[in-house]
Design a binder for this molecule. Structure first.
Ligand code: KG4
Ligand code: ZN
Length: 479
């Protein structure tokens, strides 16, 4: 059955977030998909406001907001091609992905030299680096896919969470491309993209499933009920595991040009993981939250106690010094991952009570490319009779594929914005969401430590989508 689907006007678009405003949407914003014909070119600019853009859809492409989410991706939509742009942190990435999951191109420009120079991400320098390469990265992605903008169905771009200055570069570029070629635009949640890219890799992965998302800035464990619907079972009360890997690498004098995590992982192979007895964080907290600030301090003290000089690169260290550093790296990694293991075990028990039919646990985000992390978590997940789904390392760290794919998933169910104007007004205010929770917190999982933290800036992705879906239902029933 071909159904109508809802698109959002510029006023209520996902990029112009305000859940309250969603409720004011007019039924005139609906598209009659029945009227669409395959491969029809763009309609006249005068009717662009109702967004009857048809070129993207072929008769083989069914789009519906009421399809069961887990089924929707299986639709035959080879004709749907989306460009994804990611600039939320220190990687400038773009990719072109087809609706059937085929990756047509993937381009990443990383800021390795800057990372090494500043010992971490410096927002202003990162923004400048994104601005220098963004046009080339996007062009390369299109060229390698052997396509032009005219072949695209939509542009997807990360709008949060991340560094505001950096997000802005990607959103500006996405809007320029979309505006120039009259393409719809999908605003993507970076952490949802880390989770959903697993569905591109593992075709059996249907909702509901669990996801542990571990990166430089985030450490969350969620229950994914369906597309855009997440319950957050746990998060970090301070730092994320990736930040702890990065600082450990810096204090151990490792080469940061590939980011700290891989350097620690490599050195840890030489060390004795039981030689330094670090305490596992939050042992007495019967929740699924994480903390890595205390472990970072333990690592720093151990480094000071052994008089390791970070200014002396590990490559020039004496044999004994190198062994000391390797022991710390291995011991840190063991305890950091033990903390993940303990919390994951509990989270799986909680999740199975909420959604007993869960079969998979996704582990994604930069830290999930670590082989030790993967193998330890695999044991936990298998013991609970679930299957671990870890995207390949190149799709765990930040990339454009995950953004394009997540854009595709939302686009298919009608969640996108109409094309921006070809020439954006100078005073246009971009809707960027540096602090943007993915899901609603599970009440039982709330941490007292966390309640002291500053308030959220944005309503969660889940609450926004719920508001939009309930509007959709209201307008359906009132007709
Ligand atoms: O997801 P991601 O690429 O960017 C963010 O969204 O933050 O994650 C980057 C983080 C960095 O902290 C990096 O050190 C860590 O992932 N990472 C690793 C490994 N590869 C990347 N941590 C441990 N082991 C690795 N092999
Ligand atoms: Zn990331």
């Amino acid at each position: 059955m071909v159904r109508r689907f809802l698109t959002l006007s510029p006023v209520i678009s996902r990029l112009n977030l305000n859940p309250g405003i969603f409720l004011a949407a007019s039924p005139s914003l609906r598209l009659q998909r029945q009227n669409l014909k395959p491969k029809i070119s763009i309609i006249s600019p005068s009717s662009a406001s109702t967004f009857q853009r048809t070129r993207a859809y072929t008769t083989r492409t069914r789009v519906s907001s009421s399809l069961p989410r887990s089924e929707s991706w299986k639709l035959d939509d080879d004709g749907l091609v989306v460009l994804g742009i990611e600039t939320s942190c220190d990687d400038t990435a773009a990719a072109v992905v087809r609706g059937n999951g085929e990756i047509l191109s993937q381009v990443i420009s990383s800021q390795a030299e800057l990372l090494a120079q500043y010992g971490g991400v410096a927002p202003k320098q990162a923004e400048e680096a994104h601005s220098r390469v963004i046009d080339k990265v996007v062009q390369d992605a299109l060229d390698r896919a052997n396509l032009t903008e005219k072949d695209l169905a939509a542009v997807a771009v990360t709008i949060g969470p991340g560094l505001g200055l950096c997000l802005r570069v990607g959103v500006q570029k996405a809007r320029r491309v979309a505006g120039a070629f009259n393409l719809p635009i999908v605003g993507v949640h970076h952490m949802e993209a880390h989770a959903l890219v697993a569905r591109l890799v593992e075709h059996e992965l249907s909702f509901p499933f669990m996801a542990l998302l571990i990166s430089g800035g985030h450490n969350i464990i969620v229950l994914a009920h369906e597309l855009g619907q997440y319950t957050q079972l746990g998060t970090t009360v301070d730092d994320a595991i990736g930040e702890a890997f990065d600082k450990t690498a810096k204090w151990l004098g490792l080469d940061l040009r590939r980011s700290g995590g891989p350097a620690v992982e490599e050195l840890a192979l030489e060390g004795d993981s039981k030689s330094v007895m670090f305490n596992v964080p939050m042992k007495n907290h019967k929740d699924c939250n994480f903390s890595y600030a205390g472990l970072k301090t333990q690592v720093r003290l151990a480094i000071e106690a052994r008089e390791i000089d970070a200014k002396c690169p590990v490559s020039s260290a004496t044999k004994e010094d190198r062994r000391n550093r390797a022991d710390i790296a291995a011991s840190f990694q063991r305890v950091a991952v033990l903390h993940l293991e303990e919390k994951c075990e509990r989270a799986i028990d909680w999740a199975l009570k909420l959604e007993p039919c869960i079969k998979h646990m996704v582990v994604s985000g930069g830290v999930a490319s670590n082989q030790y992390v993967r193998s330890r978590l695999n044991n936990i997940v298998e013991n609970k009779n679930l299957k671990l789904v870890c995207p390949p390392p190149s799709l765990c760290t930040d990339n454009g594929v995950m953004v394009a794919w997540t854009g595709l998933e939302h686009f298919r169910v009608g969640r996108f914005d109409p094309p921006p104007p070809a020439i954006e007004p100078d005073d246009y205010v971009y809707d960027l969401r540096p602090r943007w929770p993915l899901g609603e917190e599970y009440a039982q999982g709330r941490s007292e430590a966390r309640s002291l933290r500053t308030a959220r800036v944005h309503p969660s992705l889940t609450s926004i989508i719920r508001a939009a879906d309930s509007l959709h239902q209201q307008t359906q029933t009132s007709q």
